[in-house]
Design a protein around this ligand. Structure first.
Ligand code: AMP
Ligand code: MG
Length: 478
């Protein structure tokens, strides 16, 4: 085996959907990390990928067979303000891999050099953010949450100029597709109805083949996207994830998490928690995420209106009906996750909300509290009596339900990870990597591979940050 054969169905869309260009070669590609398991899933030979020829492809210095590298055009609402032209300014879609299991997967390079969409940027990425995306996206996958994946990180041997000069890197990213709400907005903003239609047909073929058979294919597609986003945001919140930059260009129609710029996992729980240094208004705070997802979906619905019906009013009615799927779906998923986290057979929203409120008031660590409900969770509370007061009612509920204790414990452990990519631990691993020491990064990856299993080897990764270790702000600085 060896080599790589790509198809590119996106390149068969009209030329105004993208700019065709090759990656800009890098000085000295050196493989930092290869995801051998993902490679195998994709039907790629890890040994070949790690060879000089494979690394040249992963760095953008050589194009694999069938590659038609292109920068995708897209628009987007960034913090609520519409930008009609964003596009891949530092990424290229090389093409699609047809995996042995039948999936069609985008292979893209991030940090591959300037494109016509770059405007002022250099088209490059720094090593820290590339490795950050690698570890957080792979951790997301380990939680069972839909996400783009990291196939490899390659150091470029070049410097990128940010506030300081930083070592450069390229991330090889794998996705169900890179179609965003903002991709639809790009064409809708240009009143290019044929573009919207071609994109919708492409997205339906790829993500919602059943919608093609529906009497209302575009409404069925919209409903499908809404359901996937509802599931996604509920799954994020169940592990304390704050995406941080839920702009419409970072909202996929596949329902995969994309863009790991300023994201963070909660340490202490608070519904208003914000990490991104540029999110001054708290638009993308932890508990805002379902509302924002629906806002983004409404932007998608606006793009699709002309496809839903010839007249505006019936089109709006169809769009609203499709979007109505979001709130109940999100609520059901989020509440279901909380039910399992509390080890209950029946949902008890009031009981769950009371715990969350006590956690917020007591700066209780989100991950540790849920993982240790049956153990020493009270130690996570500034005032442990606040936990005791809640736990009395909870234990009475659990006793009344009479569920088998081992089954209950297994359910709870499968719903609340022991380890998450804690900001302070991620930053420590990235700092070492920037100095050329990849060992802490490898250990962190290993600690997060089976996050629901107790594992004494990784006990250090269950620790919450000490006050002085807390990371309170994250930066987009890719
Ligand atoms: P992101 O923050 O990664 O979602 O990017 C938002 C927009 O800025 C996209 O259009 C990117 O392609 C563009 N962009 C971000 N960083 C760079 C860079 N270093 N060079 C060129 N374009 C960039
Ligand atoms: Mg983005």
């Amino acid at each position: 085996m060896g080599g790589m054969r790509l198809d590119n169905s996106y390149a068969r869309l009209p030329p105004r959907f993208y700019a065709r260009l090759d990656a800009t070669p890098v000085a000295q590609p050196r493989l930092l990390k290869l995801n051998a398991r993902l490679a195998a899933e994709m039907g790629l030979d890890p040994a070949w990928l790690a060879s000089d020829a494979g690394v040249a492809v992963l760095a953008g210095n050589a194009a694999p067979e069938g590659a038609e590298p292109l920068a995708q055009a897209y628009a987007g609402h960034q913090f609520g303000g519409f930008v009609p032209s964003l596009g891949d300014g530092r990424a290229l879609l090389l093409g699609e891999v047809l995996a042995p299991d039948g999936r069609r997967l985008d292979l893209a390079l991030k940090g591959s050099g300037p494109t016509p969409f770059s405007r002022r940027g250099d088209g490059r990425a720094a090593l820290g953010p590339v490795l950050r995306e690698y570890v957080v996206s792979e951790s997301m996958h380990a939680f069972g949450i839909p996400t783009t994946r990291a196939l490899a990180a390659v150091a470029t041997g070049e410097w990128v100029m940010r506030e300081d000069a930083l070592p450069g890197a390229v991330l090889a990213r794998v996705a169900a597709s890179h179609i965003r709400v903002g991709t639809f907005q790009y064409f809708a903003a240009r009143e290019d109805l044929e573009g919207v239609r071609a994109l919708a047909d492409h997205a339906i073929a790829r993500h919602d083949p059943a919608a093609a058979e529906d009497p209302e294919p575009y409404a069925a597609f919209l409903r499908g996207v809404a359901e996937r986003q509802a599931d996604l945001v509920a799954a994020w919140m169940a592990v304390g994830f704050v995406h941080g930059v839920m702009n419409t260009d970072n909202c996929t129609v596949s329902g995969e998490t994309i863009d790991y710029g300023p994201c963070a996992f909660l340490d202490a729980y608070h519904p208003a928690a914000v990490f991104s240094s540029i999110d001054h208004g708290g638009r993308y705070a932890f508990a805002q995420q379902p509302r924002i997802a629906l806002w983004n979906l409404t932007r998608l619905a606006e793009c699709l209106l002309p496809l839903l019906a010839a007249e505006e009013q019936p089109a709006i009615a169809k769009a609203s009906a499709a979007l109505d799927a979001f709130a109940p779906r999100f609520n059901a998923r989020w509440r279901e996750a909380l039910r399992r986290k509390l080890g209950l057979m029946e949902r008890d929203d009031a009981l769950a909300d009371a715990l969350l409120q006590a956690m917020a008031e007591n700066e209780a660590d989100f991950t540790r509290t849920f993982r240790r409900l049956d153990g020493d969770a009270r130690a996570e509370f500034r005032d442990p009596a606040a936990f005791d007061a809640w736990a009395e009612g909870w234990r009475a509920r659990v006793a009344a339900e009479g569920m088998d204790p081992a089954a209950r414990r297994a359910m709870m452990q499968a719903a609340s990870p022991a380890r998450i990519p804690r900001n302070h631990q991620v930053e420590r691993a990235l700092a070492a990597a920037a100095q050329g020491d990849m060992a802490p990064f490898e250990t962190l990856l290993a600690a997060l591979e089976h996050p629901f299993d107790d594992d004494p080897r990784f006990a250090a990764f269950e620790q919450a940050p000490r006050r002085e270790e807390r990371v309170t702000a994250t930066f987009c600085g890719t």
